[in-house]
Design a protein. Structure first.
Length: 194
């Protein structure tokens, strides 16, 4: 079984929600890499779209956002995160608690950040407003949690933190940071694979 969970990370979004989206193909990722390009993932996903995981774990994961009260406060006051060329850790830190995994199955946990809409925003007269259409997205990478792969028991034993995850607006970044464009409303996608 595999799936994904979406958690808003922008004050431009509505209330914090989580969703599970089933039926993604399992990529054959080199586990030593911490970042995988979209093109690699799409190639690998295309190769696995017709596979069925009949012998995989029958789990229905439940993902809960950690420090939800802090995320809600940031959402209420409309605080946004400033992204720098040199890279910056996400704040509030992205933490989740995962329950209902198969304790013996191994999982790979990944994070992706996607644009919520096709708009670019500007801050004017003390609030954010749409400033036009966003530029097309550049190929991005998925961030693989450093503990991956690990058993369901490991992932459920404590909150999962992505404290080493860094964001940058430098498209030429060579440090493996996650590239995001400025002034775009984004949503964090938490993905797990078995």
């Amino acid at each position: 079984m595999n799936g994904r969970c979406a958690v808003p990370t922008s004050p431009l979004l509505g209330a914090t929600r989580t969703h599970l989206f089933p039926s993604m193909g399992l990529p054959k990722l080199p586990l030593s890499e911490k970042v995988v390009s979209d093109s690699q993932l799409m190639r690998q996903r295309h190769q696995t779209t017709h596979m069925h995981f009949m012998d995989g774990p029958e789990d229905e994961p439940m993902v809960t956002l950690g420090s939800k009260h802090l995320w809600d406060e940031f959402h209420q006051i409309g605080t946004e995160m400033v992204i720098t060329r040199s890279g910056r850790r996400m704040f509030p830190p992205f933490k989740v608690r995962v329950d209902r995994l198969d304790e013996r199955a191994n999982y790979i946990l990944l994070m992706d950040i996607v644009a919520v809409d096709g708009c670019r925003y500007k801050f004017h007269n003390s609030h954010w407003s749409v400033a036009g259409k966003a530029e097309p997205e550049v190929p991005k990478h998925l961030y693989i949690h450093p503990d991956s792969p690990a058993s369901g028991q490991h992932w459920m034993s404590k909150p999962i933190t992505f404290h080493k995850f860094k964001l940058t607006n430098n498209i030429m970044d060579k440090h493996g940071f996650f590239f995001l464009k400025d002034k775009i409303s984004n949503c964090c996608i938490f993905v797990y694979y078995t």
